[in-house]
Ligand binder design. Structure first.
Ligand SMILES: [Zn+2]
Ligand SMILES: [Zn+2]
Length: 390
């Protein structure tokens, strides 16, 4: 089959590789009908995530048709259309039983590195390095899905692939980020990053009852998209406006009730701490560039919540923990508990409360993936969300 394979920093190729096989009774093989490139795939492309190996198949946002199931998968049958969550969960461990799906204890067969770095390993992920399990991703013609009796969500007839594809990651991720803010009627929420996750966080914050939602970025096209999609959103361009002052003015001098960092480890910024981050990351003194997170902590109102859906992978330098302590902030973060959010968000799509297709900027063939990675990485103005068809 054809698959998008990683060979090193800035080196992604479409290769012919062996078809996946059923290895365990709870596996299913899915024929991919639509897949996507995620902003977090660019972290792999840029070499920020360790334990990638030459030839690894990329992709954690995908859907398709069941073509084969192991003996233990009784809830799916050949021909079913499914969306697959990017996190892999067993459904039976301490964490899965408590709906902490992304913290599954059983799905990562190679937990040693994360145990060394973090104490314990969370769940495995598709197509996201060997420290997250080394599972082949779904930017391919076929994929093996472990624990297929637990993860894949069946899609009813009448819904197009593009309407439901983002249930695989970015829609639940943006939604959980907003839900983690425990939004009360009349609340204000500030979202750093108007990429796809940020866009879903903005919509979700309004769905959950926020009165004012602010979105902070420096890419005009992304801020304009947020404005087009959300008539009441207030956009702040950090290249031309002072974020703290503006947020203060807009919240009666108090600061937003909640702040969402939907940027993660490759944050851009022009303040001195951001420039220092870039230099340090370039010489490997720090792994992450947490400028957006620092600003979110600084801007949040006293007693507020900072919610972090943006991916962080290592150690943060110059982390303003004193500000967080001094203001009594609450932090909520982590990989999305996908399995909890997929069914209700599918319902929201069916009821017409949201149409996730608004984030798509490019529709391409799987063969065009190498150029898509390159162009997406270099041009965030026009490239936002790439959908690929095998
Ligand atoms: Zn993703
Ligand atoms: Zn589990």
């Amino acid at each position: 089959m054809k698959a998008v394979c990683w060979f090193g920093k800035h080196d992604v190729r479409v290769e012919n590789v062996p078809d996946p096989q059923i290895l365990n009774s709870r596996d299913a093989i899915i024929k991919i009908t639509t897949t996507a490139i995620c902003g977090s795939d660019l972290h792999l492309y840029n070499g920020y995530i360790p334990t990638m190996e030459a030839g690894d198949i990329l992709g954690h946002e995908f859907m398709g048709e069941v073509v084969e199931t192991g003996a233990g998968v009784t809830n799916l049958k050949k021909g079913d259309r499914v969306v697959v969550p990017f996190t892999i969960s067993c459904g039976a461990c301490f964490f899965c039983e408590r709906a902490l799906w992304s913290l599954c204890d059983n799905s990562n067969p190679k937990p040693e590195m994360l145990e060394t770095l973090e104490g314990y390993s969370g769940s495995a992920l598709f197509g996201y390095s060997h420290m997250y399990g080394g599972f082949a991703g779904g930017q391919a013609e076929y994929v093996r899905v472990p624990f297929a009796d637990v993860g894949p969500l069946k899609i009813p007839d009448g819904l197009e692939d593009e309407q439901v594809l983002f249930l695989s990651d970015i829609f639940p991720t943006g939604y959980m980020a907003a839900e983690n803010c425990n939004i009360q009627q009349g609340d204000s929420v500030a979202v750093w990053g108007a990429g796809p996750v940020g866009q879903f966080a903005v919509k979700s914050a309004f769905l959950l009852g926020a009165e004012k939602v602010f979105v902070i970025d420096h890419i005009p096209e992304r801020l304009e998209l947020a404005e087009r999609e959300n008539p009441n959103v207030i956009t702040i361009n950090f290249d031309t406006e002072e974020v703290y002052e503006k947020l203060r003015d807009l919240t009666g001098g108090r600061g937003p009730d909640s702040c969402i960092d939907a940027v993660g480890l490759e944050a851009h910024g022009t303040s001195p701490d951001a420039i220092l981050d870039r230099v340090k990351a370039a010489v490997y003194l720090a792994t992450d560039r947490p400028h957006a997170l620092r600003q979110a902590i600084f801007c949040c109102r006293k007693g507020g919540t900072v919610s972090v859906p943006g991916v962080y992978g290592g150690f943060l330098d110059k982390f303003n923990f004193g500000a967080a302590f001094g203001k009594g902030l609450t932090f909520k973060m982590g990989q999305t508990h996908m399995h909890k959010y997929m069914p209700p968000l599918l319902e929201a799509i069916q009821e017409g409360k949201i149409d996730p297709t608004f984030v798509i900027s490019h529709r391409l063939n799987l063969d065009e993936a190498p150029d898509a990675y390159k162009n997406f990485n270099e041009d965030k103005n026009t490239w936002r969300k790439v959908v690929l068809k095998p």
